[in-house]
Write a protein that binds this ligand. Structure first.
Ligand SMILES: [Zn+2]
Length: 358
């Protein structure tokens, strides 16, 4: 009896892991580092040992209950995951224990009409990892094996966790939703942000002339270092006029926008005839007035973009491996300091990505 009790304690010990759980919404919300049961892979699933996980504005929305989805707490946030496979369903043949992977955080069913044509970002049964399911601010995370993407040799876990979400979002915007021709003027809003810093580099690689915006000299300097030819002061209300001047009144052909609100409204003021605004976020406001007269006279396009497809994630990682896309990492926190990482993101006082390394 005594031996059995000892054995059961040993068994339980190997069956727990550390996970950060959001236990109450707020700004800041309340987080706890807890022992939780080790996840076990079910049919078609894999367990990933998390080596790094990036923070995104989405995490702040989850923390503040600012998403239009009801979330059951406690919840482990974190969607930008890089790690190694620690467990896999025996029925999954294309992966093995120890494989280095990134995870497509737009979980998709793999079966609906959109998934069948590779548009998993439009999945009818999509879920967001770290929002509707427990995510990567934990030692391990359970994911469907179809969401795994191979981490190329030469791309370390921190680089992956700093690029896979924002970088592949920008990749999806510039190579799937909108199209950039060599010589086009491209405006990347917020060049020091995750999406903006990747958009500058991707547009440059596609042969565009890139302009960006930044609210501080440090942010503008970063945007210039990443390849922006001109960077305007986002605090100057006349920045669209400045951009018209830079482009010799032509305006910009493509704008990568991820802020919404007044910023999106201003983008129309410096958009070339026939130009495209592609947008993927609304942190500065969801409701934007649109004057239809110049919109159709100048034959503008406004295109929505959501997340990424697996192919965008793959391309992003391949570009990182080839040195064409570099991450900008501001700071890395250990798992027990995840709340401090959230505070850093909320402070807006950072350049590039904030990561947690469990
Ligand atoms: Zn689907």
């Amino acid at each position: 009896m005594k031996d059995a009790e000892t054995a059961s304690i040993v068994y339980r010990k190997s069956q727990i892991m550390k996970a950060v759980q959001l236990v109450a919404h707020g700004a800041p919300g309340k987080f706890e580092l807890r022992d939780v049961p080790d996840p076990q892979p079910g049919p078609g699933e894999a367990v990933v040992q998390v080596h790094a996980c990036g923070l995104n504005h989405l995490d702040l929305w989850l923390e503040e209950a600012g998403l239009p989805i009801s979330i059951k707490l406690p919840r482990t946030p974190g969607g930008e995951i890089a790690g190694t496979i620690a467990g896999i369903d025996a029925g999954v043949s294309d992966w093995k224990i120890g494989d280095r992977v990134a995870v497509q955080s737009n979980l998709f069913c793999g079966e609906c009409e959109f998934c069948q044509r590779g548009e998993d970002s439009m999945c009818l049964r999509g879920e967001i990892l770290g929002v509707q399911r427990d995510g990567g601010f934990a030692e391990k995370v359970l994911v469907p094996a179809r969401a795994l993407v191979c981490l190329p040799e030469g791309v370390d876990f921190d680089t992956s966790a700093a690029l896979t979400l924002a970088g592949s979002t920008a990749m999806h915007m510039l190579t799937n939703r909108a199209h950039v021709n060599p010589g086009d003027w491209v405006l990347a809003i917020g060049g020091a942000s995750g999406v903006g810093s990747a958009a500058i580099q991707i547009a440059k690689q596609l042969g565009a002339r890139v302009i960006s915006t930044g609210s501080t000299e440090a942010k503008r300097a970063l945007a210039r270092n990443l390849g922006a030819e001109f960077v305007v002061d986002a605090n100057d209300p006349q920045w669209p006029a400045e951009i018209r001047k830079i482009t010799n009144k032509h305006g910009v052909d493509v704008i990568v926008e991820h802020v919404g609100g007044d910023v999106l409204g201003k983008c129309f003021d410096c958009l070339a005839r026939g130009g495209t605004i592609v947008t993927c976020g609304a942190t500065a406001g969801k409701d934007v007035p649109l004057n239809l007269w110049p919109f159709f006279v100048k034959q503008h396009r406004l295109i929505g973009s959501y997340g990424r497809n697996r192919v965008d994630l793959d391309t992003t990682l391949q570009w990182a491996a080839a040195g064409k896309l570099k991450p900008v990492i501001d700071s890395i926190f250990p798992l027990d300091q995840t709340a401090a990482a959230f505070a850093k993101l909320r402070s807006r006082n950072f350049l590039g990505k904030v990561l947690v390394r469990p």
